[in-house]
Write a protein that binds this ligand. Structure first.
Ligand code: ATP
Ligand code: MG
Length: 587
C-alpha cells in the first residue's frame, strides 16, 4: 500500500490476505444506501470506509441504490444522497447503479432457484409465517406449500408477477431449513407482492425482491470483491452466501465483511426517527443544523474535510460502541483552526458608554486576522467609539467569587483596544442591567490593592458595527444515549437565536459561505442564502469542550487501537456552560 501511515484495520488485514491469496483481481467496494431518507454521519463512516478502501488499493467504489421497497423510497432522497456523497469528496465515476436496474436479472435468478428446487411459492399469511417460524430456542415448522412441484411454482410465480394475486396472498421463499438455528435461514422470503409504483421502473413490477436476496446478487453482478456492511448483517451472511452458491455463481464471489456502525452520543442515527422529527416539525427540515444529517452539517458550516477527519480518527471496529460527540467537535475545530480569520462579534450586547471619549471621533486599532501568525491573513481596522457593546455575561453587578471579568469599579482589557474601568451600571425596574458607564484609556489603569490582572473581553463599536442574527446550536438530545422516548429526550435548548447580535465592521463585506472564528465564542458560518442586510450566522462549534468530562475526553476511541493521530488534547477541563473563555490564556 502507498501510505504506511494509514491505520491498519481488521478489514484491511482481510483484504491483504485475499490479495495475497489472489482471490480477487482487484478491490471493488460499493456504497449501497436505500433512498428512504437523508444520509447522516453514520453513513459518512460507511462512505469514507468504502471509498478510501477502493482508493488505497487502487480499486473502485460503486455508488448503488438499494431501491427494492417502492413504498418508502423517493427521488428526493436519491438526489440528496448523490449530492451528499459528492460533497464529502467522493466520486463514483461512471458507476452509478440501482438495484432496480437488475430487476429482470433478479427475476431470472428466482426462476433458476425455483427450477433447482431451492425456492417455492408459499400461501401462508404474514401471521401464519410468524407462527411457523419458531423461536430462537424452538425450530420452525415447514410450510404446507413447501413441497409444491417445480411447474406449479413456476406457474404461480409468473402469475404473481402478472398481478393475479393480492398483496400478501402469496410470496416466494427460499427452501433452506426450518430447523436452522439461524432464523434468517428458515425459508426466508425472496419476493413479495407490492402494488406500488417504483421511482424508476414505474408500474412494470408488482413483485419486488427482498433486500437480502437482492444485495448479494447486485454485488455479484457488479463484480464487488468486498461487500462491507454493518454488524447487524452478520447473521445474514449465511443467506448471502447461500443464494450465490445455489445460483452456482462463477467465482470469485463477493465476500461480506461486517463492521460496527457508528453510534454518536447525544444524537440519533435512525432514519425512521429522523424522519419523525422532520414530519412532526420538531426541526426545520432534514437540513436543520441540529441534526446529524450531512445536509445539516453542511448547512451548519462543517466542512467535508472535518467529517472525513472524524471518520478517519474513529476508525473501524468489529464491536458496537458509542462515540462521544466531542470527537466530532474536535475534528471540526482542528479542521477550522488553521484556516479561518479571527474577528469580534457580540451575540448578547450590553451597551457601555465610554464617558471620556467624544461622540464624533473614533479611535482605530489594527488587529491581525490570525493572531498566532500575524502576517498570515493580514489585518483589519477595528474602530473604538464612545459607545460600544460588550457581551452581557462578561459583566456582573455583584460578582461571584469566581467571576473575574467586568463589574462596577473593575477594569477590563478590550481585545486589541486598550482598557476600560466600569464606573456604574444603569439598572431598569426589573433589576436588569441596561447600560454601563466607564472610562477608557490606552494603558492599564493603576491596579488597586487586591485587584487582579484585568480580564480580556471582546467588544464592538455600537454605531460602527453590523447587525446580524446568530444561531447557537447545542446537542439534540439531553442524554448521551437515548432510551427511545423522543418527546422527553429532546434538548429544549438545542437552538438559541440571538437576533440582536452585532458584528465588527469588517464583517459588513463578509460573503455567504464564509467561516470565521468569533473570538471567545466559537466558529461561525455565514449561511448561504441569508439576506445581505440581515445576515444569519450559524455557530458551527464552540472553542472548547463545554461538556467535556475530563477523563473521558482523552480516551482512545474503539477501533483505533493506536489512538487518534495529530489529535490535540485541548479543552478537557470543565467550563460552566454560558461562560465563554478566551481560546488562549488571557494576556
Ligand atoms: P435503516 O435505518 O433504514 O435501516 P440504514 O441506516 O441502514 O437504514 P442504508 O441506506 O441501508 O441505511 O445504509 C446504507 C449503508 O450505510 C449501509 O451499508 C449501512 O450499513 C451503512 N450505515 C448505515 N448506518 C450506519 C451507521 N450508523 N454507521 C455506519 N454505517 C452505517
Ligand atoms: Mg439498511
Amino acid at each position: 500500500m502507498e501510505n504506511d501511515e494509514r491505520p491498519k484495520s481488521f478489514i484491511r488485514n482481510l483484504i491483504d490476505e485475499d490479495l495475497a491469496e489472489k482471490r480477487y483481481p482487484a478491490v471493488l467496494t460499493r456504497f449501497p444506501p436505500e433512498p428512504n431518507g437523508y444520509l447522516h454521519i453514520g453513513h459518512a463512516k460507511s462512505i469514507c470506509l468504502n471509498f478510501t478502501l477502493a482508493r488505497d488499493y487502487g480499486g473502485r467504489c460503486n455508488m448503488r441504490f438499494d431501491d427494492t421497497n417502492p413504498v418508502r423510497e423517493d427521488v428526493e432522497y436519491v438526489d440528496s444522497i448523490l449530492e451528499d456523497v459528492r460533497w464529502l469528496g467522493f466520486d463514483w465515476g461512471e458507476h452509478l447503479h440501482y438495484a432496480s436496474d437488475y430487476f429482470d436479472r433478479l427475476y431470472e435468478c428466482a426462476l433458476a432457484l425455483i427450477k433447482s428446487g431451492h425456492a417455492y411459492v408459499c400461501d401462508l399469511s404474514p401471521e401464519e409465517v410468524r407462527e411457523y417460524r419458531g423461536t430462537l430456542t424452538e425450530p420452525g415448522r415447514e410450510s404446507p406449500w413447501r413441497n409444491r412441484g417445480v411447474d406449479e411454482n413456476l406457474d404461480l410465480f409468473a402469475r404473481m408477477k402478472n398481478g393475479e394475486f393480492a398483496e400478501g396472498a402469496k410470496f416466494l421463499r427460499a427452501r433452506i431449513d426450518m430447523a436452522s438455528p439461524n432464523l434468517n435461514m428458515r425459508d426466508p422470503a425472496l419476493y413479495r407482492i407490492k402494488r406500488a409504483p417504483h421511482h424508476r421502473t414505474g408500474d412494470k413490477w408488482v413483485v419486488y425482491p427482498m433486500y437480502d436476496y437482492t444485495h448479494c446478487i447486485s454485488d455479484a453482478i457488479e463484480g464487488v470483491s468486498h461487500s462491507v456492511c454493518t454488524l447487524e448483517f452478520e447473521d445474514h451472511r449465511p443467506l448471502y452466501d447461500w443464494v450465490l452458491e445455489k445460483l452456482d455463481w462463477p467465482r470469485p464471489r463477493p465476500r461480506q465483511i461486517e463492521f460496527a456502525r457508528l453510534n454518536l452520543e447525544h444524537t440519533l442515527m435512525s432514519k425512521r426517527k429522523l424522519l419523525q422529527l422532520v414530519r412532526e416539525r420538531r426541526v426545520s427540515g432534514w437540513d436543520d443544523p441540529r441534526l446529524p444529517t450531512l445536509a445539516a452539517l453542511r448547512r451548519r458550516g462543517v466542512t467535508p474535510e472535518a467529517v472525513r477527519l472524524f471518520c478517519e480518527r474513529i476508525g473501524v471496529a468489529k464491536k458496537d460502541s458509542w462515540i462521544e460527540l466531542e470527537w466530532l467537535e474536535r475534528a471540526v475545530r482542528d479542521d477550522l483552526n488553521p484556516r479561518v480569520k479571527r474577528v469580534m462579534a457580540v451575540v448578547d450586547p450590553l451597551k457601555v458608554v465610554l464617558e471620556n471619549l467624544n461622540t464624533e471621533e473614533a479611535l482605530v486599532f489594527q488587529a491581525p486576522y490570525f493572531p498566532d501568525e500575524p502576517g498570515r491573513m493580514g489585518h483589519r481596522d477595528v474602530p473604538l467609539t464612545r459607545e460600544i457593546y460588550i457581551e452581557r455575561d462578561d459583566f456582573m453587578l455583584s460578582p461571584s467569587k469566581d467571576f473575574f471579568r467586568l463589574a462596577p469599579g473593575r477594569q477590563a482589557r478590550l481585545r486589541w483596544g486598550g482598557f476600560i474601568r466600569c464606573r456604574e451600571a444603569a439598572v431598569d425596574s426589573e433589576g436588569r442591567v441596561v447600560e454601563l458607564r466607564a472610562v477608557f484609556q490606552p494603558e492599564p489603569f493603576e491596579q488597586e490593592p487586591g485587584e487582579r490582572r484585568p480580564a480580556v473581553i471582546h467588544w464592538v463599536s455600537a454605531n460602527k458595527s453590523v447587525p446580524a442574527e446568530v444561531r447557537l446550536y447545542d446537542r439534540l438530545l439531553k442524554a448521551p444515549r437515548p432510551a427511545g422516548d423522543l418527546e422527553s429526550e429532546l434538548n429544549p435548548d438545542s437552538l438559541v437565536v440571538r437576533s440582536g447580535a452585532r458584528l465588527e465592521k469588517s464583517l459588513a463585506s463578509a460573503e455567504p459561505g464564509e467561516r470565521y472564528q468569533f473570538e471567545r465564542l466559537g466558529y461561525f458560518y455565514l449561511e448561504p442564502g441569508s439576506p445581505p442586510d440581515a445576515p444569519v450566522y450559524n455557530r458551527i462549534v464552540t472553542l472548547k469542550d463545554g461538556w467535556a468530562r475530563t477523563a473521558k475526553a482523552a480516551r482512545t476511541p474503539p477501533g483505533n487501537a493506536g489512538g487518534p493521530r495529530g489529535e490535540k488534547r485541548a479543552g478537557t477541563g470543565r467550563k460552566p456552560p454560558g461562560q465563554p473563555e478566551p481560546e488562549k490564556p488571557e494576556k
